[in-house]
Ligand binder design. Structure first.
Ligand SMILES: [Zn+2]
Length: 293
């Protein structure tokens, strides 16, 4: 017969184990940008603690510099989400600086190389298919790390998919209503959205120069201005997170020339979900085109 004390200890240990399961700490996730952070929150619900490093709308992600505080967060994270394609190289550097064999890293731009535009446009998060791939991969990783909550993650993924379907329908309707438009942008932020819409983007070289902080040549600028003045483009997309004299001037020129302007973001604004954010952009385009007719 076992000593009663053994049974007491066993009961205690069992109780502690149960409490541990019931109150499992949330899975810690660090997202390089809020766009991936809100997707992680949608899939993980209250079983994850998400920290989005770039989420302040006044920050230009292309020139972001990480701090030691960010490095500490990355070192502790169980899952790290980043864009890739040079968009957030600082995160790759942090990951390399704090090796952790159990940390799961999801590079959005690497999930399906076939989805990457030939010009290697890094703003892949404007493609709903990429958002879906990130959500699917994340759900699979979470199910491995926290198997007790596997059903919840599966349900959240289904809900995210249903939400995403509303977005692809809205994009398809826009594509049908305005087939084959020629547009331009101050930066190639919405390149993947334009592919969804089947629209052509003029002045790509100019856009990549602005993105890379390279001075566009006078000939490029002249051609770009011509596109606006002579209405060779139906719309101008401008990156409202970047405020510089050249793009501000082009925006003013578009307005003076009667070319509607649509402001777009580099990442999800505060208190907004991914699909909600993308639908806002679709609506802003519809509104701008409505005015131009
Ligand atoms: Zn950008």
């Amino acid at each position: 017969m076992r000593h009663p004390l053994v049974r007491v200890v066993q009961a205690l240990v069992f109780g502690l184990l149960l409490a541990g399961v019931a109150q499992a700490a949330p899975v810690s996730i660090v997202a390089a940008e809020s766009t991936y952070g809100v997707i992680a929150q949608a899939i993980g619900g209250d079983k994850v603690a998400v920290d989005s490093i770039i989420r302040n709308p006044n920050v230009d992600p292309h020139s972001f510099e990480a701090t030691p505080a960010v490095a500490r967060k990355v070192a502790r994270a169980q899952i790290v989400l980043l864009n890739g394609l040079g968009y957030d190289d600082w995160m790759d550097k942090m990951l390399a600086a704090s090796p952790a064999p159990n940390r799961q890293v999801i590079h959005a731009a690497q999930l399906d190389p076939m989805l990457i535009l030939p010009d290697k446009n890094p703003h892949v998060f404007y493609d709903p298919q990429v958002a879906l791939l990130v959500a699917q991969r994340l759900a699979a990783v979470l199910q491995r790390i926290a198997p007790a909550d596997a059903a919840l993650f599966a349900r959240n993924l289904q809900a995210f998919k249903a939400d995403l379907a509303r977005l692809t329908q809205a994009q398809a309707a826009l594509r049908k209503a305005y087939p084959g438009l020629r547009v331009t942008a101050t930066e190639p932020v919405v390149g993947y959205l334009l592919r969804q819409l089947g629209w052509t983007s003029l002045g790509e070289k100019f856009q990549f120069d602005v993105m890379n902080d390279t001075e566009p040549s006078p000939a490029e600028v002249a051609r770009y201005e011509d596109n606006l003045r002579q209405h060779k483009v139906t719309l101008l997309f401008y990156n409202r997170q970047v405020n510089d004299p050249l793009t501000n001037r082009l925006r003013a020129l578009a307005q003076a020339s009667g070319v509607p302007v649509v402001g777009v973001d580099e990442f999800v604004p505060p208190d907004t979900g991914y699909v909600q954010w993308q639908l806002q952009t679709v609506r802003a385009i519809q509104q701008a085109l409505g005015k131009s007719r």
